[in-house]
Design a protein around this ligand. Structure first.
Ligand code: GDP
Ligand code: GDP
Length: 455
């Protein structure tokens, strides 16, 4: 049989590599130029030029997966914030706020050659109030002579300063050991089903699609939940909302209700917020405003949701504004731009009139069910056997790669590992995914497939 000769350890190894449950989140925070990006690059072991000389460079990508001493975690780089827009204090405060909302632990980076500035002191206050574990990184200690500079940072009251040279790597290992002690094994916000708590929903979408309107509609208009005073230390606000006979947790609603008055930099902030909300959620309800054309930003947010591995529901909002003509173009835009999420349940709603609000919960439930689907190995392999027989991979260079065996490595979202006798082309992988979906459903969930080639 095909699976003969498979080393169980190899299979185990593949499963481990493919598995990614909820990981604890570490945020790197600090003033501009203290070396945050350099440190992030050092930790993720990548030399690619995230460090930019040009200030105000916006980056979409803010979270990375990292590993130290066999433990994996998510690393959030807050270094892309545009200080020009807000001024340094506000930009650092915004990072700290983000860290408070989304992270399980924080690395606070200070430039030891400069010492603690007023801005640093202010951030310390924010961090301390948030009560998250903080590891103090005294950066730019490139040699022993800098150790004394680091010692001065005891004055910040955050405990031991860890002398580090992010640039050369000096001291980063010791600091990461401390970080691991501070990070919980699994994120605090671990999956609701595990804890038996309410399922967690993120409402995401670009500014003005109607997130806060929808939230108000589902939560009941007259509920005043958020204190609008301009402070950055508010606790993360998740709201428990009764819908369709059960309680749901809408995560990061503070981020939704807060109006950010900015022109430049708003995109970056929105990306951070989206990443934070996705991090905490099991299912993302992505809002699209049908009164406008589907934009690059909409697509980017949908991609973030898919890549985060969360279940996805698409809510086409402002349906009340639609006339025949716009409707025609909308359907075309969806065909053209949103094929990658054809599998997501769709609801056409109006947060204004309340249209089809009752369809939201069934769509979310469908998506969560897809997200948790597990296909027994036997069933999966008879299905794969049929595919191989009826639609073999094309012959390449005289060889015909074959899928030998497959297994589902995990759920939330479903992840598969296929063992093959040769490289499977992208087109063939897509074909396999499509057939998997036809066979087993997976409505509303991304499906991850990795292929191991047996030499
Ligand atoms: P960020 O704005 O906090 O992300 O800071 P960057 O990572 O962009 O670093 C700002 C500058 O400090 C860059 O020129 C880095 O090369 C430099 N830098 C970062 N870490 C170190 C370090 O450990 N030692 C020295 N000497 N320079 C560093
Ligand atoms: P957010 O930035 O995504 O939270 O969007 P808001 O909820 O603040 O909504 C932005 C604007 O769109 C506001 O003027 C809302 O009144 C309007 N809006 C939201 N939902 C609807 C809807 O279903 N129909 C119409 N016509 N307008 C809406």
């Amino acid at each position: 049989a095909a699976e003969e000769g498979f080393d169980p350890e190899e299979v185990e190894g593949a499963l481990g590599a493919a598995g990614h449950g909820p990981l604890p989140v570490l945020a790197v925070v600090g003033r501009p130029n203290v070396g945050k990006s350099t440190l992030v690059n050092r930790i993720i072991g990548r030399r690619e030029a995230v460090v930019e000389d040009r200030p105000g460079v916006t980056r979409d990508r803010v979270t990375y997966e990292a590993e130290w001493a066999g433990r994996r975690f998510k690393l959030v780089d807050t270094g892309g914030w545009e200080q020009d827009v807000l001024g340094i204090d506000a930009s650092v405060a915004a990072q700290a706020e983000f860290a408070v909302e989304a992270a399980d632990a924080v690395v606070f980076v200070v430039d030891a050659t400069v010492g603690a500035t007023d801005t640093d002191e202010a951030v310390v206050k924010l961090l301390r109030r948030a009560g998250k574990p903080v590891v103090l990184c005294a950066n730019k200690v490139d040699g022993p002579s800098g150790e004394a500079d680091a010692a001065y940072l005891w004055s910040l009251g955050l405990g031991e300063p860890h002398p580090v040279s992010a640039l050369h790597g000096r001291g980063t290992g010791d600091m990461l050991d401390e970080v691991l002690k501070a990070l919980p094994e699994a994120p605090e916000q671990s999956f609701g089903t595990v804890l038996g708590g309410p399922r967690r929903v993120a409402l995401i979408g670009r500014p003005n699609v109607g997130k806060s309107s929808l939230l108000n509609k589902v939560a009941g208009e007259d509920r005043v939940v958020v204190d609008e005073t301009a402070g950055t230390t508010r606790d993360p606000v998740d709201e428990l909302i009764e819908l369709g006979g059960r309680t749901w947790k809408f995560v990061d609603t503070a981020g939704i209700r807060r109006r950010v008055h900015m022109t430049e930099g708003a995109d970056y902030y929105a990306s951070l917020r989206t990443a934070a909300a996705l991090e905490k959620a099991e299912v993302a309800v992505v809002l699209v405003d049908v009164s406008e054309s589907i934009s690059v930003q909409d697509m980017r947010i949908i991609t973030m949701a898919v890549e985060s591995g969360r279940a996805v529901v698409l809510a086409y909002n402002k349906w009340d504004t639609l006339d025949e003509e716009r409707r025609f173009y909308l359907e075309r835009e969806i065909e053209r731009d949103l094929v990658q999420v054809r599998w997501a349940p769709r609801v056409n709603v109006s947060a204004r009139t309340g249209r089809h609000m009752e369809k939201l919960v069934p769509a979310i439930e469908t998506a969560l069910a897809g997200w948790e689907t597990r296909v027994p190995t036997g069933k999966l392999n008879s299905f794969l056997g049929e595919i191989v027989a009826s639609h073999p991979h094309p012959v390449r260079g005289g060889k015909q790669p074959r899928i030998l065996f497959g297994t589902q490595a995990g759920t939330k979202p479903p992840r598969f590992v296929l063992f093959a006798s040769g490289f499977l082309e992208a087109g063939y992988r897509r074909f396999v995914e499509r057939r998997l979906r036809e066979e087993f459903g997976f409505e509303g969930t991304p499906v991850q497939i990795s292929v191991r080639v047996r030499e």
